[in-house]
Design a protein around this ligand. Structure first.
Ligand code: SAM
Length: 285
């Protein structure tokens, strides 16, 4: 721990393990033992972790359903001179949890914000996927349904960088099916399951392989998906027969001709008019 940690009126974003308690850093433990107030996503869930440390600070719940009321209270505690730590159920607070809003609010109110780094499912899954990690996008959880989900999925399918997504076990197969439809069955994919835990597993190396596996093994536990980027146009065979095959495959699943053309246009950058023309030309033959 640094010499004067925890300091008055400082917010600390403290990383905690995503499964394996051996990943809890000495600095994180020392900080949590000594800090005045600890905002926890779930006080019961974090209770055991904190009672093992004999953390003396006051525990306050801070989660997605009480963010609005809690934010001014937590800022008030900082203004009174308290040191404040925030922890999430697991991992790095601020990545797909309310730590994000607290960090922004504390910083815009002028309080120092310090991160005590720790494990994060997204980066852990990325580096062991074997997929390119020099440039990547973090997508977190997608909207559960509707137009917003579709738009995000289309953008992910066309993205050339590696994408990292979080998904709940009961929605995993639906997401894999949607990715298969938009990216093709052979797009590289690694599904990281139960990272750092006893039953840690990697399922890949393609969308088709993951679908085949989870077709016979019910998804259970926690999942992070790492999707290979869309190949640059020059690298894919964009001849008419190939384009037509891809649109025909989409239409066989009930997609209309115009949607199939629009979808493929967003994936390849080829004009929708040219693609739609291909379908009609082929139907007229
Ligand atoms: N802040 C956390 C972090 O740094 O990773 C993420 C919080 S988010 C609410 C929880 C999601 O992260 C889970 O639903 C799952 O998608 C992913 N996740 C967390 N732990 C994981 C693990 N051990 N293995 C795979 N994915 C995990």
């Amino acid at each position: 721990m640094q010499r004067d940690e925890p300091a008055a009126s400082h917010l600390y974003l403290v990383g905690t393990p995503i499964g394996n308690l051996g990943d809890f850093s000495a600095r994180a433990k020392a900080l949590l033992t000594a800090v005045d107030v600890i905002a926890c996503e779930d006080t019961r869930h974090s209770g055991l972790l904190l009672s093992n440390l004999q953390a003396r600070g006051r525990k306050i719940s801070f989660h997605q359903h009480n963010t609005r009321t809690r934010l001014p209270q937590l800022l008030e505690l900082l203004a009174e001179g308290n040191s404040l730590a925030v922890i999430s159920d697991a991992g790095l607070p601020g990545i797909s949890d309310p730590g994000e809003e607290l960090s922004a609010a504390a910083r815009s109110a002028g309080f120092p914000v310090i991160c005590i780094p720790g494990p994060c499912a997204a980066t852990t899954a990325l580096v062991c996927s074997g997929l390119p990690s020099a440039r990547f996008c973090f997508e977190g959880f997608l909207p559960v349904k509707g137009r917003e989900r579709k738009t995000r999925l289309e953008a992910i399918a066309a993205e050339q960088r590696t994408s990292v997504l979080y998904e709940a076990p009961h929605r995993l197969i639906t997401l894999l099916e949607e990715l298969e439809q938009l990216c093709g069955a052979d797009r590289p994919l690694q599904v990281a399951r139960e990272l750092t835990k006893r039953h840690e597993q990697q399922v890949g190396p393609t969308i088709a392989a993951a679908l085949e596996h989870f077709g016979t093994h019910r998804p259970q536990g926690e999942f992070t998906l790492v999707l290979g980027g869309c190949p640059a146009e020059a690298e894919i065979e964009l001849d008419d027969a190939n384009l037509l095959d891809r649109m025909n495959a989409a239409m066989q699943t009930g997609t209309s001709a115009s949607s199939a053309a629009r979808q493929l246009a967003s994936e390849t950058g080829i004009s929708r008019r040219r693609l739609y023309g291909l379908i009609h030309h082929n139907a007229a033959d």
